[in-house]
Design a protein around this ligand. Structure first.
Ligand code: HEC
Ligand code: HEC
Length: 276
């Protein structure tokens, strides 16, 4: 499945380069030319080096994790190939982004990794097939998405707020989160709580046999708080628990939700437009 996605990204990238070249789009030509200067073989090497050096923080597909997603339409601090190389070399001081010295990643390899990063972004410029307006209807009606998500102040915040999701997540990620919600759970970005998996489904059983199921909202050494499916918050003392099951790799978000392929395309078009 992962391998499949990588292939799609690469194909989409080729399509976009062709599209950008044909249409002469104003925003991207510079980056497109830069990436085009690398052969397919070089780009593939860049992808492998990226996965080895960057994947653990930015995700193997660039969808983000401890570091931000790089498969997004705009990177504020890395507008072009040269800027990506500079970030690879120097890191971003004062943040979780480390610099990589030339002894670890020689200049020639850093250039290939940067080309891969640029290609991740270009794949996001692909036209999305769905119809955003119909996606909004599915979101509000049959999809029952408001029962777990907030968009612009409306809905229930059991899952992450989706206002502005189109700025943070590319279409590949959005598709994965609808088709296979447990594939990649959002993780806190940086700082002291780095690596704390958010939206972790929990099952807790107290010593008197009461069962609580919901999503972890917070946890420390002595207590755990979870949000139940109806949106109420329960705080439990670990000393009172007979059992606490953390369901890593599971999502509270229902996996099938009875959405057709067309519904999913339309939803992606709608979500991609939020905030963008
Ligand atoms: C140890 C984790 C870690 C590794 C390894 C890592 N990064 Fe990062 N990276 C981060 C974090 C965290 C940030 C966000 C920094 C901030 O603003 O707080 C970041 C930011 C960036 C940005 C800036 C994005 C923007 O918003 O403009 C780029 C580009 C980037 N990384 C590329 C790479 C590349 C390429 C590699 C591999 C050579 C890499 N990173 C390896 C953690 C990592
Ligand atoms: C029963 C609650 C529930 C319902 C219903 C639900 N979601 Fe989710 N959703 C979640 C949770 C919890 C997450 C957090 C990550 C995970 O578990 O996959 C999530 C994650 C997401 C994400 C990824 C957000 C991010 O920042 O990573 C998207 C996009 C999303 N949902 C869209 C939808 C859409 C569209 C619908 C309606 C078709 C929907 N969800 C219905 C609970 C739900």
């Amino acid at each position: 499945m992962r391998q499949g996605s990588i292939c799609r990204t690469r194909l989409a990238f080729a399509a976009v380069v062709a599209l950008v070249a044909a249409a002469g789009l104003a925003a991207a030509p510079l980056a497109a030319q830069e990436a085009l200067a690398f052969s397919d073989v070089e780009l593939e090497r860049g992808q492998r080096l990226y996965q080895a050096h960057c994947g653990r923080c930015h995700g193997v597909l660039g969808l983000g994790g401890e570091g931000p997603g790089l498969a997004v339409s705009r990177l504020p601090r890395a507008p072009d190939h040269a800027a990506v190389i500079e970030i690879i070399r120097d890191g971003i001081p004062g943040t979780g982004m480390p610099g990589l010295r030339a002894t670890i990643l020689p200049d020639e390899e850093a250039a290939l990794v940067a080309a891969h990063v640029i290609s991740l972004r270009q794949a996001q410029l692909v036209e999305i097939p769905g119809d955003a307006e119909r996606g909004r209807e599915v979101f509000e009606t049959t999809g029952v998405c408001y029962s777990c998500h907030i968009v612009e102040g409306r809905g229930v915040g059991i899952g992450p707020e989706l206002t502005g999701i189109g700025m943070r997540r590319g279409p590949e990620y959005l598709r994965a989160s609808l088709v296979d919600p447990s594939a990649e759970l959002p993780v806190f970005r940086s700082g002291a709580r780095s690596g704390f998996a958010q939206y972790l489904p929990l099952r807790a059983v107290t010593s008197d046999g009461t069962v609580y199921e919901g999503m972890r909202a917070n946890e420390d050494a002595f207590t755990v708080q979870l949000i139940t499916a109806t949106g109420s918050i329960v705080s439990l003392r670990k000393a009172d628990l007979a059992e606490l099951e953390k369901r890593f790799g599971h999502s509270l978000m229902p996996a099938t939700m009875n959405l057709s392929g067309e519904d999913i395309d339309n939803l992606i078009a709608y979500l991609a437009g939020l905030g963008g």
